[in-house]
Design a protein around this ligand. Sequence first.
Ligand SMILES: [Zn+2]
Length: 331
Amino acid sequence: MDEINPQFLPWQADVLKRALALKHQQHLPHAVLIDTASEQDFSAFACYLSMLLLCDKPDNLATCGNCQACEMMQAGTYADYSLVTLEPNEKTKKLNKNINIEQIRKLIHEVSLTRRYERLKIAAIYPAEAMNKSSANALLKTLEEPAPQVLLMLLTHNRGRIPVTLRSRCQSWTIDPPARTQALEWLRVQGVQDEMATSYLQFAGGDPVLALHLKQHGYASLVSQFKSRFSQFLRSELSVTDLCRGLLSSETAIIRRLINMTLMAYCYQMSGVDANAEPRSGSDKCGAQAIMDLRLKAQQQLQIEENNLDLQLQLEDVLISLKQILTRRFI
Ligand SMILES: [Zn+2]
């Protein structure tokens, strides 16, 4: 297993409490689907939750740290815990997009084996929405005939993409996003404060982990730089190639976010609902619709991650279309 540091975030505590209470009542389900709206990595949480359930003497939400389960979980050697996740492709070294059937078969076999220790056996699947159809079907049989003392944990960022047949056989636990004050407090502890924290939280749609990630990637300056360069592009003072070239040193996910945010901002502005927009006599519904269409198209076009040339071409295409929509309004 890769090294994962088991830990949890303050707003994940309710689900931990619930799990621990069910364990004490001996009412833990055979299978649970845990979902979070945040897109940030969830494996450290899966590992912490498992460690907490396996620990001999948890104190409140803290693991004891020195029972057999704690020590082995921390070392990644606890044989009755397994995590099935996206694996790197042998050739490209990039993560596969799916959890394949071989991985699920291995997990099913593992679950069927006798426990090594006198504790629960836990098998986690993350991100569960990445299971393809055959993987999900294979897992279904195991969910229908659960083995005793086994907890199957499906973790997802998008429960809507889990087949209903699987969902209906799992108990459902949701991790709610943090309240704004809790999110700001967490950011403060991470060293992001005041207006900086507020604006990054806004960029991240209220997700503090994403806000921190964006801060670490200098997103705010990327946004302001892009805004001024995009204005130059609209005035035809900068070529689309130069505009895009300036973006390509950033992570693809960051670029996608920036483009999406730009398109949304124009869409709001044209719909006349942007509070910061200049007072306008009327909204431009056709323009807003054209940008909404472009936004959907861009989301597909910018999925490309294989090489920068393709991404640059797709980016140029999106930005040229946006310019056409924006300049058409003034003709
Ligand atoms: Zn322990």
